[in-house]
Design a binder for this molecule. Structure first.
Ligand SMILES: [Fe+2]
Length: 424
């Protein structure tokens, strides 16, 4: 790390109270309440981390970026954890390879919970005794990081359970197939011109959302709801996965190599899908989820449309309030539109992360945070695509219109969905 001075960090979050700190930390362990110790250890593919690793990495973040500076008053909980639970901060040292996280039967879940309790007490004491701006900013960043891991814990355990022949459920289903008929997607016209996107830094934001800057866009139209399971099934039944002309070259190669013929978690008959509440009948009106960027792009082409760019998405979403089907609903699955969802753009926040046509890259004038925290976002600005809007596994107070999530175009294990756009 270089400096700890508050003046080096451009984003000025609200002061986190000890209550907010405790509440978000407790929310993480609460999401694990139905898990058994064996569930915490499994890594079902390289991009999935074991639940236990999430619990430890989020704790390491507070220890590494805040408490380590309080030594020797603060004593490191266990020196070996630095190697085990550093995710990708090379400036902080070497780390256990991502794909080997599932080999860590030790430390045990109990020891990780003790690690969490130890660090929590020290952070709470620090917040109580020292109101330095850098501490408050780092704690807020740690809590935002914690919320990102809350979502990853859910999508990761979903994948872990999906490869288990017993098809376990994390939660009892609190939703049912409603058999609603959807009207066709309507398109809302948005006037282009020179517009502004990006965060102005008044509230918490990640460095990659800044600086706010001008963009030039043409008039465009954007779909007033998400693409549904029923619509995506029409694409499959029309031979969508067998028509090369619908696909980007890399996408077509991916479909061939991986023998893809439907969204992740769908069964071969296109009748059921695995959810965090076990295997469920596919509801045609529910937004399609667990599709890759390639599938979203091919679907849009088949439907005579395209994906929105991230600037178009943000301008269209900009004036809407952030409400939708978030993790707090407890459904942990996208939901069909309700009669009381009203008119206009719907399902913009929550339900599924919406793939955009935009590669994840730096905004003009982007400056990463100083020191190790500069590795948080900026170094990933290559070969990934931007997703917007949050999902049914995102904490509702974590997302905003300027929020940029980013994933590789073939990835599917997050709650990824599709909104259409088209030129005027
Ligand atoms: Fe992390």
């Amino acid at each position: 790390m270089s400096s700890t001075s508050a003046t080096t960090e451009p984003n000025r979050p609200p002061s986190p109270s000890i209550e907010r700190f405790r509440q978000i930390r407790a929310r993480t362990t609460d999401l694990c309440r139905t898990l058994e110790p064996e569930d915490y250890v499994v890594q079902s593919m390289p991009s999935v981390s074991p639940t236990k690793w999430h619990l430890a990495n989020t704790t390491w973040f507070f220890e590494q970026f805040i408490l380590r500076k309080q030594r020797p008053v603060y004593q490191i909980f266990n020196d070996s954890y630095h190697f085990l639970f550093n995710s990708y901060y090379y400036t902080a040292g070497e780390m256990c390879a991502r794909a080997r996280r599932g080999l860590l039967s030790r430390p045990t879940v109990r020891e990780i919970i003790a690690y969490r309790d130890y660090v929590d007490e020290h952070i709470a004491t620090l917040l109580d005794q020292d109101d330095a701006a850098w501490i408050q900013q780092r704690v807020e960043l740690g809590l935002q990081h914690e919320q990102q891991h809350q979502e990853l814990m859910l999508t990761d355990i979903k994948h872990v359970f999906s490869v288990n022949p017993l098809q376990p459920m994390l939660v009892e289903a609190s939703f049912s197939s409603r058999d609603t008929t959807l009207p066709a997607i309507g398109f809302e016209r948005v006037v282009g011109g020179v517009q502004e996107i990006g965060a102005n830094g008044d509230d918490f934001c990640f460095d990659n959302e800044t600086p706010r800057h001008r963009v030039l866009i043409n008039d465009f139209e954007i779909g007033d709801r998400l693409v549904s399971n029923g619509e995506f099934r029409d694409f499959i039944e029309d031979g969508g996965y067998r028509q090369a002309e619908l696909w980007l070259s890399d996408g077509w190669a991916w479909v061939q190599n991986e023998q893809i013929n439907g969204p992740l978690y769908w069964d071969e008959e296109l009748k059921q899908a695995f959810t965090l509440s076990g295997l469920r009948d596919l509801d045609p009106a529910t937004p399609v989820c667990h599709v890759s960027f390639y599938e979203a792009d091919a679907y849009a082409r088949w439907a005579g449309a395209r994906l929105p760019t991230e600037a178009e998405w943000e301008i269209a979403a900009g004036s809407l309030s952030v409400q939708g089907n978030f993790v707090e609903n407890g459904m942990l699955h996208p939901q069909p539109l309700d009669d009381d969802d009203g008119e206009g753009l719907r399902q913009v926040f929550g339900d599924v992360w919406e793939w955009t046509a935009s590669p994840y890259s730096a905004y003009p004038g982007f400056t990463p945070l100083e020191g190790s925290l500069g590795e948080y976002n900026g170094k990933f600005m290559c070969n990934q695509m931007v997703c917007r809007g949050g999902s049914c596994a995102t904490p509702g107070d974590h997302v905003r219109a300027t929020y940029r999530n980013f994933f590789y175009p073939e990835e599917r294990w997050q709650f990824f969905g599709i909104r259409l756009a088209r030129d005027v």
